[in-house]
Design a binder for this molecule. Structure first.
Ligand code: SAH
Length: 453
């Protein structure tokens, strides 16, 4: 057993799936946040269990060659980045290994089908969406910031390396308005005050910016001045929206949106298609990498003009719509009604008439399609982190598509699901990891499966 508060010397040999460093002390795995593989450190033990322990770096004895100096003053304090202390190449190595470990070692697939990870050209400034809590800083000045990990303590910060550079002017203009007009930030503890979140979205291909203020009110005092300040100072500004959230909740946005300026939405271009982005609709946060991900998915899908494509967990329809010109018929399925509405609007916006969208649980919709003997030649699956239900996997294999393209945001649930697919006769032909979220521990994987027999 390791002792709490005791200090040991160790070398970091691996990362956890969350990106913490791992070292072995007396054969017990110790997890050390913000440590890098290759670091020789002294570790202070903070918490022990029977089989593992948590520690923190007490002293750096010899830093890893992978290390770089973090270029952010709140790295380690803010919940955003996991890997600002190692180079991007080292991060990509970790992500490649994580996918390999899950799919080959746990999932049992032949490791040679796993391609090289598609890294991002830009490992910073890629986030086209920011939801910044509004509060007072320690000098009593209104500010925006980020939540500390697993907490609601706001760390004041108006520049973040991950977020689009286009946001800075909007943040400054908004804060100067709030300061001048004495509009109070919302206080979670007392449920008083007005300004909850500054919510920004940027369409990087078209250069359109949305400012959405999430308020504990249906109206703001000095709304006109707010719009004027933004118009005067933010050249990319396309629209300003007030979102009302008067609930005591952790959920950021409320249901009600009122447009204060412009059309209430921005439009971006992805895979040559236009997508309308309103405050409540889903859009990939890293546009450029999403385009690469969808391009790989399309290559894997290898669609033919007479075929039917089924896009399960379709969100606002982006993956299916980006491939719709290659097939006779597209069916998209998604559980959130608003997303289905957006998917239909996106189809119309792009003059796509061979697409149909169903608002339903994916398993239920797949079972229904099977009952109606609807054939799908290719099925795209893009489930949330928890992966696919076994009933969905069973039904998908009974529909018997020629190809299944599985887009996964969690290598562990992907490994579990491909095992089930293998038992039912589908094997992995290719897998490519894609880094959609540089500097965080998340990694996406696109997998092609087809009948092994
Ligand atoms: N393919 C889309 C969205 C993927 S995110 C894109 O690339 O943009 C996963 C989607 O699955 C979310 O939109 C979520 O609302 C949806 N979802 C979650 N559970 C579901 C279920 N049981 N049935 C259908 N859709 C579901």
């Amino acid at each position: 057993m390791l002792k709490k508060n005791e200090i040991y010397t160790a070398e970091i040999i691996d990362y956890t799936t969350e990106g913490s460093g791992v070292c072995k002390i007396n054969d017990i795995a110790v997890f050390v946040p913000s440590a890098a593989v290759g670091d020789k450190i002294s570790v202070k033990i903070l918490k022990t269990t029977k089989s593992y322990a948590y520690g923190k770096i007490e002293e750096m004895i010899e830093p890893s060659p992978d290390r770089i100096v973090p270029d952010c003053e709140v790295f380690g304090k803010c919940g955003g980045c996991t890997f600002r202390h190692i180079g991007y190449d080292s991060e990509l190595r970790f992500k490649q290994k994580r996918v390999y470990d899950s799919l080959a070692r746990i999932g049992g697939i032949d490791g040679s089908v796993i391609g090289r990870i598609v890294g991002a050209d830009e490992s910073d400034s890629y986030r086209n969406k920011a939801q910044l809590p509004i509060t007072y800083d320690k000098n009593g000045k209104i500010c925006v910031g980020f939540f500390a990990p697993r907490s609601h303590r706001v760390i004041p910060l108006d520049e973040c390396n991950l977020q689009s550079k286009a946001f800075s002017k909007a943040i400054n203009a908004f804060l100067s308005w709030a300061e001048n007009e004495h509009i109070k930030p919302y206080d979670e503890a007392t449920h008083t005050g007005i300004l909850r979140h500054l919510y920004l979205r940027y369409a990087s291909k078209t250069g359109e910016l949305m400012v959405c203020i999430v308020a504990n009110a249906k109206e703001l005092r000095h709304e006109k001045q707010l719009v004027q300040t933004l118009v005067d100072n933010v050249p990319d500004l396309k629209t300003v929206v007030l979102n009302t959230n008067t609930e005591k909740t952790n959920v950021i946005t409320g249901k009600l949106c009122r447009t204060l300026y412009g059309s209430g939405y921005i439009t971006d271009v992805l895979c040559g298609l236009k997508f309308r982005i309103s405050p409540l609709s889903f859009y990939q946060v890293n546009r450029d990498q999403a385009e690469r991900l969808y391009t790989i998915a399309a290559e894997f899908a290898d669609l033919k003009p007479h075929e039917t494509l089924l896009d399960l967990y379709c969100g606002t329809g982006t993956i299916g719509l980006s491939m719709s010109h290659k097939v006779k018929h597209l069916i998209g399925v998604e559980i959130i009604p608003q997303a289905i509405e957006d998917a239909k609007k996106n189809a119309a916006l792009n003059g796509i008439s061979n697409a149909e969208f169903i608002c339903s649980d994916a398993s239920a919709a797949a079972a229904d399609l099977k009952k109606r003997s609807i054939k799908a030649d290719c099925i795209v699956l893009d489930p949330p982190r928890k992966g696919c239900d076994t009933s969905l996997i069973d039904t998908v294999t009974q529909i018997s598509p020629k190809r299944i393209v599985y887009v996964s945001c969690d290598p562990a649930t992907l490994a579990r699901d491909i095992k089930r697919f293998a038992e039912l006769g589908y094997s992995v032909k290719k897998a490519i990891p894609v880094d959609m979220f540089p500097r965080t521990a998340h990694v996406e994987t696109v997998v092609l499966m087809s009948r092994s027999i």
